[in-house]
Design a protein around this ligand. Structure first.
Ligand code: HXC
Length: 257
């Protein structure tokens, strides 16, 4: 497929989607949404993909939903088209995803980063949900995912004042898992992706599914869900390989089955 607002590259079993719409700091208009979702779903269907990295530019991961596109819309336009509902499909991708964030990750940009499974931040990263300054609220899950990630105190602070937080604050708050010097962000993100992609693909998918379940259900139900998946991994060839390799003191070679 050919895209106008993103670039897609394969790197072995991992793949890189780069938001490439620099004139508006990667503002997430409907075309960007369509292209990112189409590309991510195609990679997800391809069993050769073990991990997907999503990144932007040095200046901006994405500075939010496209304000100029949204400005003239009315309630019925938004409601009837279910504006931005396609982003839900990005969050449904089963392959593990990594957001590699440098610069602005604001509004929809922060929300998109939070849809990814691992969030890596360059030391230049800036996160926020500044929608309130525009007279709106987050619309791609920000009020829910930010609150689950960093708790009510900081989520309220960010959503009500529109202030941003830097990479250090985001890491302290638990929004990002690692801070990486900006110059090394992409290399490091691809290394993490290759690490994940080398694992058993079905087992990685199950691990992702199990962790995500923690946000959807009670502890008892979540543990039951985990237990079912845990039993299921013993039906994989990769479980035999992983445990055999350990006993033979050699690295495992997973067949992703
Ligand atoms: C459309 C945007 C944009 C956006 C930046 N641009 N963000 N266009 N939508 N979200 C455009 C600018 O208009 C400008 O284009 C160009 O990108 C460069 O931006 P500047 O403002 O000149 O850059 P700078 O001074 O460095 O400031 C960077 C910035 C600022 C702090 C990130 O651009 C900014 O505050 N952007 C808006 C951030 C925001 O409010 N995001 C939330 C959006 S609402 P021109 O053509 O003028 O040069 C949202 C809702 C999600 O995401 C849910 C909805 C359902």
């Amino acid at each position: 497929a050919s895209y106008e607002t993103i670039r897609v590259e394969r790197k072995g079993r991992s793949a890189l989607i780069t938001l490439d719409h620099p004139k508006a700091l990667n503002a997430l208009n409907l075309q960007v949404m369509d292209e990112v979702v189409t590309a991510a779903e195609a990679l997800d269907r391809d069993q050769g993909t073990g991990c997907i990295v999503l990144t932007g530019s040095d200046r901006a991961f994405a500075a939010g939903a496209d304000i100029k596109e949204m400005r003239p819309q009315g309630y019925m336009d938004m409601y009837l088209s279910d504006w931005f509902s396609a982003w839900d499909r990005f969050a449904q991708v089963r392959t593990p995803t990594i957001a590699a964030v440098a610069g602005h990750a604001l509004g929809g940009g922060c929300e998109l980063a939070m849809m990814c499974d691992i969030l890596l931040a360059a030391d230049t990263a800036v996160f926020g949900q500044p929608e309130i300054r525009l007279g709106v609220i987050p619309g791609i899950g920000g009020s829910q995912r930010l609150t689950r990630a960093i708790g009510k105190a900081k989520a309220m602070d960010l959503c009500l004042t529109g202030r941003t937080m830097d990479a250090d604050e985001a890491e302290r708050a638990g929004l990002v898992s690692r801070i990486i010097p900006a110059a090394d962000l992409l290399t490091e993100a691809v290394t993490v992706a290759e690490t994940v992609a080398a694992m058993s693909a079905p087992v990685a998918m199950m691990a992702k599914e199990a962790v995500n379940r923690a946000f959807e259900t009670t502890l008892t139900e979540g543990i039951r869900f985990e237990r079912r998946l845990f039993h299921a991994v013993f039906a994989t060839a990769d479980q035999k390989e992983g445990m055999t390799a350990f006993t033979e003191k050699r690295p495992p070679v997973f067949t992703h089955r």
